[in-house]
Design a protein. Structure first.
Length: 671
């Protein structure tokens, strides 16, 4: 969420000697523009190499096959029936993620928004919906000005001493849980299951895992000042309820007013955003990676910032105005409690470098094929992280490969304002490539997973894959790879929306994007490119929204992935997938031995002689949790199977399943 260069207002002298405010955005950043243009030119020059280096060919082999390769034409998605139908009005879901922006404090806290989670909390086979509630500020405190703004008020008739000395209190709204009754009908059961008793804090995200391996998924809620771990327990009446076990689990941390902004310790819950669960050390229990953002607070760090133009006196400060807060890695001890192993595991917690990781998105996925889930983190205006998993049971250890493998920055070598993240084998090479949504004036990043001279690396492939056709004018948040039409190739969906009050192009609301995965003309069956298919998305995709979280899953168990969009101060929207019902599908639900966590597993289904590879992932998108099941789109395939499962732990690690029947979900237990 890169709001541009640091924007804290500063005093300067006019010709008459009077102090006035100047904005860092008052004039274009020519150096940045030049770097961007140079990067585009460079990318066009090397696009042949990027597209030519497929999953099954080395650069030398490709050159020998086609010594003269021209830039591929970007495909045009033909017109056709809509792929999604808006079911919100009839669903019974009436929810708005709320922020305190109406108070006009211009806080960066209000800019993040919220996400959601799919959680089959009662294990009836239908995915239920949970949404964090957001927050607001103490009403009636309209004349408060932060203390460090007083020096900038020369000439203002207000007298600083008459302003309130204490900032307004931040409070939170409870989240909502909607039980899935089937056929896109939902019932609000928040009070019934105890989630109305949420602690008072400004919440953002949600993550789901069976952390105690009792067979029922538990819920983690993130936000400003703390997290809440809700344990899913029997209610004594044959139903289920959620109990706050945060303190018992050792995850409570300290309140923001108890934490020194100058000496944040790893793991303090000062401002948690996205979280991801997954067994990282091979003991079967899901561990927790917790992103944290910046050191903003009303009392200690709320400087005034100008807008994009001199006509806008105030707006939200960019993240570069603030220092980072260390992220946290928590090892699940298996007894209901967690141990902070951030520093011992080798993660970045530099206290002498405050600009190293303003986390907004996190994904756990096995990127190097060693059977262990690795960690990728989308950071806001700082280098993104890629931690390779070198752990063993009971001991976590990670190796930072962010810069070495080319996934920390963009093609210009510049860190982006990154928010959402996902990974998939989009081009049929058998390895996960990484996709990251970024701020405006920055292209969303597709890091293609390549092997050159038997060494794994990533290549920035946004232009070559056709993803640059929408331009750099979007502020992207939630995103997921989804095989929308079940043709066997995973597409991309992006939720967009601006974060400042007065954006330069007046595009506070932005349309979502649907990219369809298509064959690149003249490049062979395994060479893929994306076409802008937003016009096929249905009515929701034709309107502009203040998008944030994107949650995906099969809500009605018909084998097609449905969508839930979460917005800022705008009702959530629930979309039913109505695309290509004639295409076949197979759904897989993995059950590891002893209910162990399955994040890091790899599934390969042979379909008409082609291997479709899917990955069990933790986290992903933005502030959200998704359907844990794996869907394979089969298109019009005639021959299906076998399915090969590579489990992340236990023996045998490799399991082959034959004779899977299409058109249904299969629960596969580890032998």
């Amino acid at each position: 969420m890169n709001l541009g260069e640091p924007q804290a207002s500063r005093l300067s002298k006019s010709k008459g000697g009077k102090d006035h405010l100047m904005s860092d955005r008052a004039h274009p950043d020519r150096a940045h523009v030049c770097r961007w243009l140079a990067g585009v030119i460079l990318t066009l020059l090397i696009v042949v190499l990027i597209v030519g280096t497929g999953c099954n060919h080395s650069p030398r082999e490709e050159a020998e096959e086609s010594p003269s390769i021209s830039r591929p034409a970007f495909p045009k998605v033909p017109d056709g029936p809509p792929m999604f139908e808006d079911k919100t009005a009839e669903s019974g879901v009436e929810f708005v993620y709320r922020t305190g922006e109406a108070a006009n404090y211009f806080t960066i806290l209000d800019s993040l928004g919220g996400g959601g989670a799919l959680i089959d909390y009662d294990q009836d086979g239908l995915l239920d919906l949970f949404f964090p509630g957001g927050g607001d500020y103490q009403p009636g405190v309209k004349d408060y000005e932060p203390k460090n703004m007083a020096a900038l008020l020369q000439g203002n008739e207000k007298i600083p001493s008459q302003r309130r000395s204490e900032p307004p209190r931040i409070f939170g709204y409870p989240g909502k849980l909607y039980r899935n009754r089937g056929n896109f009908r939902f019932e609000d059961v928040t009070n019934q299951v105890g989630l109305d008793k949420q602690p008072n804090f400004y919440s953002h995200g949600a993550a789901v895992a069976d952390y105690n391996l009792d067979g029922y998924p538990d819920l983690l809620v993130t936000g400003y000042g703390r997290v809440v771990l809700w344990q899913n327990q029997p209610d004594g009446r044959g139903g289920r309820m959620f109990v706050d076990v945060t303190e018992k689990a050792g995850l409570l941390g300290r309140r923001p007013d108890q934490i020194s902004l100058e000496s944040n310790q790893p793991g303090e819950h000062f401002w948690s955003t996205s979280a991801a669960w997954g067994d990282l050390d091979g003991d079967g229990f899901p561990d927790l990676y917790l992103c944290q953002y910046v050191n903003w607070s009303f009392a200690k760090n709320h400087p005034p910032c100008n807008g994009y133009t001199v006509k806008v006196p105030h707006d939200v400060c960019p993240p570069k105005t603030f220092d980072s807060v260390p992220h946290a890695l928590w090892r699940n001890r298996g007894d209901g409690s967690f141990e902070n192993v951030t520093q011992a595991a080798g993660l970045r917690v530099q206290r002498d470098d405050k600009d190293y990781g303003k986390g907004l998105g996190v994904l756990l996925v096995d990127v190097d094929g060693d059977g262990k889930a690795d960690i990728y983190v989308a950071n806001d205006t700082t280098d993104n992280f890629l931690y390779l998993n070198r752990s063993k049971p009971g001991q976590m250890r990670f190796e930072d490969k962010s810069l070495a493998w080319g996934v920390a920055r963009d093609h210009n070598g510049v860190p982006n304002g990154s928010m959402g993240v996902d990974a998939a084998d989009f081009d049929g090479c058998g390895r996960p490539s990484i996709f990251v949504t970024n701020y405006e004036s920055e292209y969303h990043a597709l890091y293609k997973n390549v092997v050159i001279n038997n060494r794994l690396s990533f290549t920035f492939s946004t232009p070559a894959a056709g993803l640059g056709v929408i331009g750099p004018n979007y502020v992207g948040f939630g995103t997921k790879f989804v095989d929308v039409d079940n043709d066997g190739w995973e597409d991309i969906i992006i939720s967009n929306g601006h974060v400042v009050y007065y954006p330069p192009r007046e595009n506070l609301k932005q349309r979502p994007i649907l990219f369809l995965n298509m064959p690149a003309s003249g490049r062979g069956a395994l060479q893929r490119i994306f076409g802008d298919g937003t016009h096929r998305g249905g009515s929701y995709f034709q309107d502009n929204h203040r998008g944030r979280g994107l949650v995906v899953g099969d809500l009605d168990n018909d084998g097609r992935t449905d969508l839930v969009f979460v917005h800022v101060n705008e009702p959530v929207r629930i979309l039913k997938n109505v695309a290509a019902a004639e295409n076949g599908w197979i759904g897989i639900e993995l059950k590891a031995r002893d209910r162990h966590d399955t994040v890091g597993a790899r599934l390969t289904l042979n379909v008409d002689g082609r291997d479709l590879v899917r990955f069990v992932k933790g986290g992903g998108s933005y502030l959200s949790a998704h359907d844990p099941r794996i869907l394979f789109g089969l298109g019009q395939a005639q021959k299906i199977g076998p399915l090969t499962i590579e489990w992340p732990h236990g023996e045998p690690r490799r399991q082959v399943v034959h004779d899977l029947k299409p058109g249904q979900y299969h629960r596969i237990e580890q032998k």
